[in-house]
Design a protein around this ligand. Structure first.
Ligand SMILES: [Zn+2]
Length: 241
């Protein structure tokens, strides 16, 4: 297991989940000089298309495209994810090894059960990782901030904020295209409902919609339950009228 530390860590159920929901944000953080990591909880062995080995190679390529410093896999059972003690202990180990300040998790609502479980499992593991007496490898570490990726969800809440990914949108698309075994010719993926468009076109129009919420070409939406702090109201963006 690598002990590489990162500033920003994205945790999700399946390889390709983070590219779809927050790939532009991860690439943007890399460009800003931060160290960025990904933890895929499963190996995608029950996916309809492609096998685990193909998806591993694709995930490796996508990580290189995004500029990711550490991509780890928890090896938990795909389509049978559980928020149980062995799964939490495994994830605590990986969080302690990477020691992120900020963690991006899936939103707690979703049609794939793995996505919902990953949200809760990720949150619990982030808390437990900070307990001095929690028995798992590594030094205790609790991330400072948890963010929930809201892309493709319309049922729950308005985004708390949208990250402007206009400068890294093409990198996001290039990373998504690394998953050719999953996506070439596809019209749907993960939480994305089909619209009759090809998947790549669909992601472009969804990202343009989120961007329009903050008056930029492309964006990725996030939810966080805490109230956000503002020091200078004159620096606030997004025109009101
Ligand atoms: Zn998924």
């Amino acid at each position: 297991m690598t002990s590489e530390r990162v500033d920003l860590l994205a945790i999700a159920a399946h390889r390709d989940d983070v590219e779809l929901t927050c790939g532009g944000t991860l690439a943007k953080a890399v460009k800003a000089g931060y160290r960025v990591g990904i933890i895929d909880l499963t190996q995608g062995e029950t996916g309809t298309r492609g096998d685990a080995a193909t998806r591993a190679a694709e995930a490796e390529r996508a990580a290189r495209v995004l500029g990711i410093h550490a991509r780890l896999n928890a090896g938990l059972p795909d389509a049978h994810l559980h928020n149980d003690e062995p799964s939490r202990a495994k994830l605590v180990e990986l969080i302690r090894a990477t020691r992120p300040r900020v963690v991006i998790l899936p939103f707690a609502v979703g049609r794939h059960p793995d996505h919902r479980i990953a949200s809760e499992l990720g949150r619990d593991a982030c808390y437990l990782a900070g307990l001095v007496k929690y028995a798992a490898a590594g030094e205790p570490h609790r991330p400072f901030k948890l963010l929930y990726a809201l892309a493709y969800r319309e049922d729950p809440v308005k985004p708390t904020f949208v990250v402007d990914i206009s400068d890294t949108f093409e990198i996001k698309m290039q990373a998504i295209r690394c998953y050719a075994s999953q996506f070439d010719g596809a019209t749907t993926a993960g939480e994305i409902f089909p619209t009759g468009q090809g998947l790549y076109e669909l992601i472009r129009s969804q990202s343009a919609h989120y961007g329009s919420l903050i008056r930029t070409p492309y964006g990725e939406p996030f939810f966080c339950p805490e109230t956000l702090e503002v020091q200078d109201v004159l620096q606030l963006g997004v025109q009101s009228m």
